[in-house]
Design a protein around this ligand. Sequence first.
Ligand code: GDP
Length: 435
Amino acid sequence: KPVVAIVGRPNVGKSTLFNRLVGNRVAIVEDEPGITRDRLYRDAEWAGRVFTLVDTGGLDFAESGDIPRQVRRQVELAIEEADVILFLVDARAGLTSTDEDTAALLRRTRKPVLLVANKVEDFQRPGQLAEFYRLGLGEPIPVSAAQGMNTGDLLDRLVSVLPPETGEEEEADTIRIAVIGRPNVGKSSLVNAILGEERVIVSEIPGTTRDAIDTWFEREGQRYILVDTAGIRRKSRIEEAVEKYSVIRSFKAVDRCEVALVVLDALEGVTDQDKRIAGYAHEQGKASVLVVNKWDLVDKDSHTHQRFTELIRRELAFMTYAPVVFVSALTRKRISRLLEMVNLVAQQQCLRISTSDLNRLIRDAVLRNPPPAAKNKRLKIFYATQGGVKPPTFILFVNDPELMHFSYLRYLENQLRAAFGFEGTPIRFILRQRD
Ligand code: GDP
C-alpha cells in the first residue's frame, strides 16, 4: 500500500486533516503547539485506491524543543517512508519562514509533494493563496479540514499522484512459503504432507519464471503459496537423480518468499550446506522456521528435543530468532503445528512499533547500557523510527555511525525482541548521521 505523509508546522491542522481524510476521529487534536502525540498510521480509501495515511505531527523528540527542528525531522521521516507527501500550510496565518525551510527540504525529494493550504474560508477568492506559490511546489490546493471543504478535490489530486498499483494488493494476505534445504532432507515429502492435510484446498499456478510452478493452498481461511514446487512435487515422475531439487533453486525460491521453511534432517544434524542455505534466508531478510524432519527415526528420551535445539542454536547462531519445529513428513506429525508457526512468523515480520514505544525502549536501553565510545566521543542515539517491515527495519539517527558496534546493535536487537517479540524474523538497523 502506498504511504502518504502529512507534514507541516504545529497548528496548521495536520491532525484535523488526517481525521478528515481517514473519515473518523483517531488522532488527539489539541490547540497547544508542539504537543506530544505519536505518529499515527491509518488506512484510507478514495476512488478505489487504498493508501496508508501517516500523521507525523507532534513527534515526541525529547532532544529538541524548537519547532523548525521538529518539522525538519518530520519531513525527513516523511521523505524516508512516504510515497506521497502532503505539505500543509495555514492560509489564515500566511507564509512563515518555517514553511519556507520545509519547502526547501521537500523540493529536494523526487517524491510527489502536494501543497495544501488549510483553513481557507472563502473558496471564491483564491487570491489569498498567492504568496504560497513562492514555495516552488506548484499550485496550493485550498481546503478547510475542519469543515471538510474541498477535501474531495484534494483526495482526487492525491490519488492521481499515487504510484501505480502493483497487483500485489490482492495477494497481500497470502503468505508465500519456500521449502528449502539440501537434497534428501525431505522437502518433497514435507510439501506433500502439507498439501495432503485435511481441510487444505490446493491448486497449481504458474510461477514467475518459465519452469517454476507455484502451488496455492488455503487452510482455515489463510491463503498460502508454496513457491516453486515444480522440482519437488513432480519428482516421482522424473528421473530422481537428475531432478534433485538443487540448492540454487532453493536460493531462487527464497527470493520470492516471505517465510522460508529451512528443512533439516534429524539424523544428520546441521551440515555446512544447511548453514549456507539458512544463512541465505537470513541475509535476504526472510522470516524462517527451522523444520527438523524425520523425527520419527530418532530414538527419543526426555532430553532429545532440548539437545537438538541446543545443537541448532549453536550451529545456526545467527538465527536464534527462528522457531524450531520437530516434524515427520512421513507420519505427518506436527504438520499443523508447523503451519501455525508459519502464520506466527509471517505476522511477526510485519509488526510495526510505534515511534513513541520505540524511542522509550531505546532510551531505557541506553540508560541501562551506555553506547560505545571512541576517542573521547560517545555514540548518541537521537531518535529512532521504524522504516519498514519484512523484515522490520529500524532507522537510528545518531551523532556518528562509525561509533556503533556490532555488539551494541545486537544488544538493541535483543531488547527489541524481549519487548515486542519478532519471532522468526530478522531485524535490521540503518544508521543515519545527524548533528
Ligand atoms: P528432498 O530431496 O528434500 O525433496 O527429500 P525427499 O522428500 O525426496 O525425501 C528423501 C527421503 O527421505 C525419501 O526416501 C523419503 O521417503 C524420506 N523421508 C522424507 N521425510 C521423512 C520422514 O519424516 N521420516 C522418514 N522416516 N523418512 C522421510
